[in-house]
Design a protein around this ligand. Structure first.
Ligand code: HAM
Length: 422
């Protein structure tokens, strides 16, 4: 024990949620849950602590370096999950024979990453995940992106406020291959190119050389990043058949049929920092480009086998609560969330307390929300305090108990109506 004062701040990057913060969090979580349910995703949950081995990653991936890990008292090497995807893969692998594929699962998971804390990045965040396992169809990508767009709409945003930037690792691989860059180098190229905008091009070129590319390969990698649309990608492929390009075009068509084509843009620079993605990848940003990514995801067809499961195709996304809350506050303003109002019930003296308790119980039994005063209160104080959180108020005095009735005051209009205290 020391005498030094404990700080009232949470540890750096960790988060407290005061009641006013919970209003925003609930708005965001409500939209996550409603959108997931509307699209037929089943909720699941899992432990926050995982074996380090499951979460540990190859060098070069930022997330791998950011894992909070520790030895427990029995020397087990454990970690706090940094994302949900390895856990989801583990859970699916455990029941792979019993599950009727495709599986459509959703969760809001608390995740921990030892990140440099900046705008939009904390060391703790809640991440909504929606994943479809066991479907090769591009419709799975369309469904996953569509459900996230639906959640943003439910929060009060429109495609004028955000865009989902879409690309394809398969397409990039195809172009790298026709450019003479062998497939075993592609993963390194993806991780290096993903750093564009975050580090100088010179350093990225260095990473590419270290990854085994010659000068022509490095030039080609940067050239690929200038592609503006799928047609441009096809041109770079010199007319060769391209599953990557076909899939992207199909996704745009399906988004049109589903009614969210206006939310999608092709963007070759979206690569994603996680190495398990294999096909279409996407990331959502606010339209003004002020904030970090709102959500990100893609197809990851090899993760189940990478952790020792049977092969299974998969696609999904992670949608954090931090950036979208910043975006909502900026676009909708503080008035967009208000606490749910209730009925305030008070009493002037201890003799009326039981009557107030009975009234509160009766109103609550009918489904009402009641804030019951915890001690006798004078009328002026009662009504001024009630005004902030209640839409109506009842103050029970000695005459009311004698009469068996009291007056419920509508705090917006000042109107009163008689209610029975029996
Ligand atoms: P991710 O891009 O690392 O993907 O994270 C997804 C989203 O989580 C980000 O777009 C952001 O909204 C939020 N996020 C991540 N880190 C932080 C942080 N430190 N602070 C605040 N928000 C953060 C994944 O995690 C993949 N596992 C997603 C996925 C699911 N892919 C397939 N299924």
């Amino acid at each position: 024990m020391t005498d030094s004062k404990i700080s009232f701040e949470p540890p750096r990057g960790m988060r407290d949620f005061y009641p006013e913060d919970m209003l925003w969090r609930n708005k965001v979580f409500d939209a996550f849950r409603a959108a997931g349910e509307a699209a037929g995703f089943e909720p699941y949950d899992a432990c926050v602590v995982e074996s380090y081995e499951l979460l540990a990653r190859k060098a070069g991936e930022e997330v791998g370096e950011q894992i909070y890990h520790f030895l427990d008292k029995s020397d087990r090497h454990l970690a706090l999950r940094a994302e949900m995807t390895p856990t989801l893969a583990r859970m699916v692998a455990q029941r792979q024979k019993e599950l009727a594929m495709p599986v459509k699962w959703t969760t809001v998971a608390q995740c921990f990453r030892y990140e440099r804390t900046t705008k939009g990045r904390k060391r703790e965040h809640y991440q909504w995940n929606v994943d479809i396992i066991g479907s090769e169809s591009v419709l799975a990508e369309a469904e996953v992106i569509g459900v996230a767009v639906d959640a943003l709409r439910r929060m009060g945003l429109t495609p004028a406020d955000f865009k989902v930037h879409v690309s394809s690792r398969r397409l990039l691989s195809e172009i790298l291959s026709v450019s003479g860059i062998p497939e075993n180098l592609h993963a390194q190229v993806f991780l290096a190119l993903d750093k564009r905008g975050k580090m100088p091009d010179g350093e990225i070129a260095g990473m590419l050389r270290a990854g085994g590319l010659d000068e022509a390969g490095v030039r080609r990698a940067f050239e690929i990043m200038t592609i503006e649309d799928v047609a441009g990608a096809r041109a770079m492929l010199g007319g060769a058949a391209s599953r990557g390009a076909d899939e992207l075009e199909e996704l745009f068509r399906l988004a049109g049929a589903a009614g969210f084509a206006d939310a999608l843009v092709f963007d070759i620079s979206v690569i994603r920092g996680l190495s398990y993605y294999t096909g279409i990848v996407f990331e959502c940003f606010d339209a003004a480009g002020e904030f970090r990514a709102v959500f990100g995801g893609g197809r990851y067809d090899n993760l189940l086998t990478a952790i020792g499961g049977e092969p299974a195709t998969a696609v999904g996304l992670g949608f954090g609560d931090v950036v979208v809350t910043e975006l909502l506050k900026a676009r909708l303003g503080a008035g967009a969330v208000t606490a749910k109002k209730c009925v305030a019930v008070g009493y002037m003296a201890a003799e009326q307390r039981d009557a107030a308790v009975r009234l509160a119980a009766a109103l609550r039994a009918k489904g009402g929300a009641v804030d019951l005063a915890l001690k006798p209160v004078k009328p002026r104080k009662f009504f001024s305090r009630a005004g902030a959180a209640a839409y109506a108020a009842v103050l029970i005095g000695p005459d009311d108990v004698a009469a068996g009735t009291a007056r419920m005051k509508n705090l917006a209009t000042g109107e009163e109506r008689e209610i029975c205290l029996a």
